[in-house]
Design a protein around this ligand. Structure first.
Ligand code: CIR
Length: 250
């Protein structure tokens, strides 16, 4: 069960964040509205919310998932791979320390939380443009009770751009990742190539939360017979963000 989430409100400078998408600039008002609907959904699913204010000068800081990892035993402040985002980790130290003992990744490690997928006691770490092998190794040394499995990220920004948990038993992933030996044996659903963005969903206390506009993925998820919430994510998608990025859930 998830009981808490930490979120940060997008700032007026959100359009200045990093992105590779070619979908245009986010509309600041609509971004705030979509973010508020997201937070309300987490609340409705039973999570108590810690709200952080915008972080001036750090336009990507509302993607809080990248700055920290929260496990039942401890928390880890990451060392984000994009130098522009590195200070976001220290900026979230205090709210995270309220809940867990805080550890830190250090140079030469780089790691974004978007590259970390926890499935029971296995921690898959995407090796990507943001996360390196030293990041995975340092994380493993902090998590003796877990098996850390590095996975090359074939496409997209982060590992979780292409694979997330759907309920408690299945992975939802792209065709490219479905071929990887790390995931092959796991029960999974494969998103159609043209709906790759929908591989990033949230599974929260028995409910699935997915982005709007991906009917084939929705049909796949309906097979799991779990309650489904659908959220507009258009403005976040313009900044290479997705549902998991917008919160730390624990
Ligand atoms: C970035 O490029 O870092 C941000 N604009 C998007 C981060 C998305 N975070 C995530 O998928 N965990």
């Amino acid at each position: 069960m998830f009981t808490h989430a930490i979120v940060r409100t997008p700032g007026p400078d959100a359009a200045d964040g990093l992105t590779t998408a070619t979908l245009g600039q986010p509309d600041p008002t609509l971004l705030l509205r979509q973010h508020a609907a997201y937070v309300q959904t987490l609340e409705e699913l039973g999570l108590a919310i810690t709200h952080l204010p915008p972080l001036p000068g750090h336009p990507d800081a509302y993607f809080v998932e990248d700055a920290a990892l929260i496990f039942p035993e401890l928390a880890v402040l990451t060392r984000p791979g994009a130098p522009e985002r590195r200070l976001e980790a220290e900026a979230i130290a205090q709210p995270v320390a309220h809940f867990r003992t805080v550890h830190r990744l250090t140079d030469p490690a780089t790691l974004d939380g978007g590259d970390v997928l926890v499935v029971n006691q296995t921690v898959f770490v995407g090796i990507s443009e943001r996360t390196n092998a030293a990041g995975a190794a340092q994380l493993a040394s902090l998590l003796p009770g877990y098996t850390v499995v590095p996975v090359p990220v074939p496409a997209g920004l982060h590992l979780k751009s292409s694979v997330t948990l759907a309920g408690s038993t299945h992975l939802l992933l792209t065709g490219a990742l479905a071929q990887r030996p790390e995931f092959k044996a796991h029960p999974h659903l494969v998103v159609p190539d043209e709906e790759a963005y929908a591989a990033n969903i949230l599974s929260l206390n028995g409910t699935l939360v997915m982005p709007r506009g991906f009917p084939r993925t929705q049909a796949l998820l309906e097979r799991l017979a779990l309650p489904l919430r659908i959220l507009d994510q258009t403005e976040v998608q313009k900044m290479d963000g997705a549902l998991t990025c917008l919160s730390l859930r624990f």
